[in-house]
Design a protein around this ligand. Structure first.
Ligand code: NDP
Length: 337
């Protein structure tokens, strides 16, 4: 059984790749450059793995060649910008996210009739709304959609632009299957902040993926005087996200559904500090003391998350917070923290 995995150089995709190979799938993965391709090949000697170069996913015909590799059964589309280093939201964020999604779906429909299902990595960003994030009585689930528009993505804060990129990419995917009625069906995975061990190649700690950046900052002492606000209080471990993607290929009943893959318990930056303090005495000198405020929960509490569909249909067991934090920090050590 052959799976096409886009964005194989990424944090989440590297775990999906490991799991796919572990479960015996043959994998074709795409990256932007030969340099990234060779790092992935080196990490998996002897694997049933092809690494292909797709330089720019924002081109409408970006995936036309790679999907013509014979016999692809499933597609996992993870490639999409998740960083705030762009200058122009339209060309560097919104287009790669939205056109990247429609271009792979169109290419599969046109050239890869063997594909049975496409799983798209969406995000809690496509579920949330700003008011709900402040409301302790709100329960977020797959029935919620982010109401922000393309215009908000151009004029809003960088966080809003990213959220719009994910929302409109996921909407475009559902619209595509509704309108084009392709041979394959669709499932989408919507994780909140993804924590967990780094298994992909990192050129340096500065190139840490966005959602793990806070662990690097903490152990390097950047929170010593001031703890940043937690932001969104929902998180999930990357190994559960990888399992959600692969299980979504394997479980018939996952077809046609979106999945809010979120760990059962909320977290705060204070909780991260407590776990690091308990497990890594070597970083004590870099941690904020008990007198440093911030990074906790709001007085009224935080909204809730309903992960019952992902638990039931995808069979996810949810890795606990302490394990996730400990394994994340351990994985950073070889990179020099
Ligand atoms: P990474 O930044 O590690 O991975 C992003 C991947 O997308 C990389 O392979 C990257 O390639 C590729 N990519 C980004 N922009 C482009 C582009 N313009 N053209 C081609 N490829 C591109 O982040 P994650 O692993 O965290 O993200 C993977 C997916 O998960 C994304 O869709 C993201 O939106 C989603 N997600 C992530 C969450 C998180 O907290 N981590 C939460 C919810 C969703 P390259 O290595 O060349 O940059």
């Amino acid at each position: 059984t052959k799976v096409l995995l886009t964005g194989g150089s990424g944090f989440i995709a590297a775990h999906a790749l490991e799991l796919l190979l572990h479960r015996g799938y043959e994998v074709v993965t795409t990256v932007r450059s030969e340099d990234k391709a060779s790092k992935i090949r080196e990490a998996h000697p002897g694997a049933k793995l092809t690494v292909a170069i797709v330089p720019d996913i924002a081109q409408p015909d970006a995936f036309d060649d790679v999907v013509q590799i014979p016999g692809i059964d499933y597609v996992l589309h993870t490639a999409s910008p998740f960083h705030y280093k762009w200058k122009d939201a339209k060309s560097e964020l919104l287009e790669p996210a939205i056109v990247g999604t429609t271009s792979i779906l169109r290419a599969v429909k046109q050239y890869a009739p063997s594909v049975k299902r496409v799983v798209v990595t969406s995000s809690f960003a496509s579920i949330l709304n700003e008011a709900g994030l402040q409301d302790p009585n709100k329960v977020f689930s797959e029935s919620d959609w982010n109401p922000n528009t393309y215009e908000d993505g151009i004029t809003g804060t960088p966080a809003t632009s990213y959220r719009v990129s994910k929302t409109l990419a996921e909407k475009a995917a559902w619209d595509f299957v509704a309108n084009e009625k392709p041979n394959f069906d669709l499932a989408t995975i919507c994780p909140p902040l993804v924590f967990g061990p780094v298994v992909h190649h990192l050129n340096s700690l500065e190139s840490i993926n966005t959602s793990n950046g806070r662990f690097v900052d903490l152990v390097q002492g950047k929170w010593k005087e001031e703890i940043p606000p937690t932001g969104v209080y929902f998180w999930v471990d990357v190994r559960d996200v990888a399992a959600a993607h692969v299980n979504a290929l394997e479980k018939t009943e996952a077809g046609g559904k979106r999945f809010f893959t979120v760990a059962p318990q909320a977290f705060s930056n204070q909780d991260i500090i407590a776990v690091v303090r308990k497990n890594f005495p070597e970083y004590e000198k870099n941690l904020p003391g008990d007198n440093v405020q911030g990074g906790g929960y709001p007085d009224g509490g935080v909204p809730k998350a309903d992960n019952s569909r992902a638990s039931k249909v995808l069979g996810i067991d949810w890795i606990p917070f302490e394990k996730s934090v400990v394994d994340t920090v351990k994985s950073l050590k070889p990179h020099g923290v």
